[in-house]
Structures are given as structure tokens and as C-alpha cells.
Write a protein that binds this ligand. Sequence first.
Ligand SMILES: Cc1cc2nc3c(=O)[nH]c(=O)nc-3n(C[C@H](O)[C@H](O)[C@H](O)COP(=O)(O)O)c2cc1C
Length: 389
Amino acid sequence: MSQITIAYDNKRMRRALPTAATRSGDNAVCASGLFHILTSAFIVSARIYLAPMEGLLDAILRDILTRVGGVDRCVSEFIRITHTLLPDHVYLRIIPELANGGCTPSGVPVRAQLLGSDPVCVAENAARLAALGPHGIDLNFGCPAKVVNRHGGGAALLDDPELLVRIVAAVRRAVPAHMPVSAKMRLGFNDDARAVECAQALEAGGADELVVHARTKADAYRPPAYWERVNDVRLAVRIPVAANGEIWTVDDALRCRQASGCTNIMLGRGMVVDPGLALAVRYADAQTDAVMGPGQSIQTAEGYPVVTWDEIKPLVGAFWLLVCARLEVRQQAGRLKQWLNFMRRRYPQAEEAYMALRTLHDPVLVRHWMVGQGILMANRGSVREDAGT
Ligand SMILES: Cc1cc2nc3c(=O)[nH]c(=O)nc-3n(C[C@H](O)[C@H](O)[C@H](O)COP(=O)(O)O)c2cc1C
């Protein structure tokens, strides 16, 4: 296998931000920017999904991250189903995209994720949710939270493949035939011995697609992710399988694809740390297709495009305005610091920003700091003209 360094034109990359996206069936295709230039010449079939992340990747951050581009589909944070039929306003609060044709403002489709262990309750809620028009229902079989697992939900269901079949089958029957039903699983609860059995159960229940987080519940979020075990799952089912876990860089994405055999991947914390990651993977894919022909894989060095801090700053401003518009005052500063805390891994400027804001809780003071940094306009409630919002 040849080793090549991807050369790139950072100016063109900059012009590509922020990208708009248009829908093409269930999958969004970026309609502008570098990605379009490249993919108009080379069909890149690999899909990149944005992971569901409860308490972190809500509609606000989905909006911001999908502005950057490269993401084909999002999944909402999980909505826990117990014994009640949730009213529409709960779904609309957690997935406001439902009021926008099921898409983020950039046009990227969002699937709604449900978490529950009672097939009847989950199915009844899925039917109600389906009427609101999400781009599919995703079922959570990976949540490691004790309170969820204690009630038999999330990753705990991986010890009961028969129940997996019943949950998926009930949901499949309850929602319209055209609506995709996917499932997201870990490799197991305490160990990965039943990973293939679980995947086959989800397929037997009628899931159209699987995403496999390449760790067990017992592994929590500790590296490594066992991508090669996703390959075992992939080979044992006929439905598409996407690999997830520990993809922080383009090289990780390529290694994950190689180890798992999956062309489709789901990015979680890596996208929060580096909002340009999906776009950079796209770039590498397009380069690969250009050099080797569609569907071939190559190893790259780190020569992929970078979204600079100057490009991130207006996104931070837009994020802050959305946070202020939609969240309670007591949550606002914390949300900004949460994202900066992730981006510290990638951007030294995010580290500086985080340190400057660490002790601030009052949104007025945060805003003052952002104006001082040129992220917000002093005399307006909006981000700078060049924010692209
Ligand atoms: C804060 C946080 C919240 C998460 N919430 C969800 C969730 O609501 N539903 C779900 O299926 N997975 C959830 N996950 C798991 C992620 O979707 C993903 O599988 C995991 O983070 C591994 O991918 P990564 O290494 O790319 O982050 C969550 C992970 C984190 C860190």
C-alpha cells in the first residue's frame, strides 16, 4: 500500500466555510465549497454521521457543526421512553429540527433516537414520533448510564438478544414502511462475546442499518476502540454497518475503515474537538478516489485541510447567540466552556479562551469578553458580519 501526502489548497478550503448542504434522499450532500468541487468530479459514496451525544451534541451544536460541512446525517441525543406516551412538545424540544423538515438549518437530516426496553412502549412512542417526520428512527442499545442500565435499557439489552429482536420488530411495525429504523449498539455489556449475535438480532428485527460503537459497556470510553471487532459484525449481517469510536483525526478515520471494513463512519467527540474533521475526511476520500479510483483505500500522512481558529471564531459567536436564545441563563456560560474544553485538544486559542472564561458564570461578562476578542459585535446582539449566520 502506497503512502502519499495529500497536498491541499487552504485558501480554497477557507472559501468553503461555512458550507450549505442540500438534501439528497436521506443523505445530505454539501452543495457548496471544496467538498462540492471535489465530489462533483468523483463520487464519494462513504457516509459520515454525526454521533448522538446527550448533554453535549444538542440541536445547537448540531446546527453549528453541520454548518462546517462533511456530515451526511445526524442522530439526536437519546430520548428515554419509560411508560408514558411522550407529547409532541417533548420531541420538538429535543429535536427542533422536526419543525424544519427534520433537517438542521444547513439541510442535514436528523434521525431521532429512542432508548427503552419495553417493546410496546417504545413502539407506541416511535409511531407518535414518526408522525412528526424525522428522517428515521434510531434505537439506542449502547448507553452505559447506570440509571438506564438498572432499568434494563441501553447497553444492558445486549445481554438479551431476544428482546432486541422484539423491540426492533415492534418499532419497525409501528412506523411507516418508508421510514428507516436503525440501531446503535456497543460490542456488548461486560464482554464482546455476543456482539455478532446482537447484530444479527437487530437485523432479524428489521433494522435497516447498524452503527457499532467499538467498545463494550465495561470499556466505557477508554481507548482503544476495537474496530476489528466491528468487522466481525459487518461480515455477519447483510445490512450496512457504520463504525464508531476513537476517531479523532483523518488518519484514525482511515485506519478505522481499514480495520472494520466499513466505509461509513460515525464521528463523535472528534467532531466536537475539531469541527473540520468530517470535511477533512471527505477531502482525503476525494483525493483517494482521484489518485486510486473510487473505493480504493490509501494511507495518508497528516496533510489534510485544517479549519483555522479564525474560521472557528464566528462559529463560536453563533453558538453563543443560540445558547443565549435557547437555554436558561444559569446554563449559558457552562455550555460555552464545555465546547471550548473539548476544542482545547485541537486549538491552543480554545485553551486560552477556556482559561479566560473558566471562572466566569455571568453571561454579561462572557459576552463582554467575546466582544473584546472580536467574536461578537459590540453594538449588536449578533455575530460579526463575516460569521456566515
Ligand atoms: C457526552 C456523551 C453523550 C453521549 N450520548 C449518547 C446518546 O445519547 N446516544 C448514543 O447512542 N450514544 C451516545 N454517546 C456515545 C457516542 O454516540 C459515541 O458512540 C461515543 O462517544 C464513541 O464515539 P467517539 O469516540 O467518536 O466519541 C454519548 C457519548 C458521550 C461522550
